[in-house]
Design a protein around this ligand. Structure first.
Ligand code: AMP
Ligand code: ZN
Length: 112
């Protein structure tokens, strides 16, 4: 399967690693939309939040266990935003589920 984030997880495409454990990998976004912008992805390929099943939900839960650790690592004690885009209308460009962590400033109240 031709998947950019699977290639990043494998190390075939370089990335700036922030965090890694058995279930997930986090790296800085190449085109940051905030002073701090990283992505968290599961190591297994799940296409989007719309594809989460009873079987894969525990993996997604592992990502949400990692997020506070990543936020602490990045110094986001004042808060941050977690976003996942889904499908065409959600403007999802990479079809491997990923959670954006954005912070480092007071973010816009406008989310859509
Ligand atoms: P989305 O539009 O929600 O699918 O988000 C995809 C994100 O992946 C965008 O914020 C891109 O800037 C980011 N991105 C694309 N290619 C890379 C890459 N090689 N390394 C890091 N981030 C990337
Ligand atoms: Zn993938």
């Amino acid at each position: 399967m031709d998947c950019l984030f699977c290639a990043i997880i494998k190390g075939d495409i370089p990335s700036k690693k922030v965090y890694e454990d058995e279930y997930c990998y986090s790296f800085m976004d190449i085109n940051p939309q905030a002073p701090i912008h990283c992505l968290v992805v599961p190591k297994v390929h799940i296409a989007s939040a719309d594809e989460i099943t009873a079987e894969s939900a525990p993996i997604v839960a592992k990502i949400f266990e990692a997020i506070p650790k990543i936020a602490a690592e990045l110094g986001l004690a004042d808060g941050y935003r977690v976003i996942t885009n889904v499908g065409e209308n959600g403007c999802q460009s990479v079809k491997h589920i990923h959670f954006h962590i954005l912070g480092g400033k007071k973010l816009s109240e406008n989310m859509g």
